[in-house]
Design a protein around this ligand. Sequence first.
Ligand code: CA
Ligand code: CA
Length: 146
Amino acid sequence: MTHPNPFLSPQEEQEIVNAIVEAEKNTSGEVRVHIERKSNKAPFERAQEVFYTLEMQHTKNRNAVLFYVGTEDHSFVILGDQGINEVVEDDFWDSTKDLVISHFKNQNYKQGLIEGILKAGQKLKNFFPYEPDTDTDELPNEISKG
Ligand code: CA
Ligand code: CA
């Protein structure tokens, strides 16, 4: 009983990409989603590794955010770059993470990610407003898969 993509259907993945595009209209921050089955590393450590592998540290304002999901590990991490951590409180991502996990618990993976991504865009808006004249899409909006 194998399914090619038990976590998200292609349609759901597209909706998540659309949410990233939407979130990035609120902020100069860049959002990426990485989904893999599992890792033998601790979730936070693995998220940091993915962050650097995806070269997310190369944004101009150091304001990229990674949503890391380990589907078999049931792990979920939101990791922001140092430009964000320098200006926000330590628990900045907690409410966003709680929102996502509340949906994951009900197997609403798509909904959890979409709401979390949009909320991240809203939260980043105050610190890193969208700059319509100069904005570029610094990081791809496609979901990264491990
Ligand atoms: Ca951008
Ligand atoms: Ca982007």
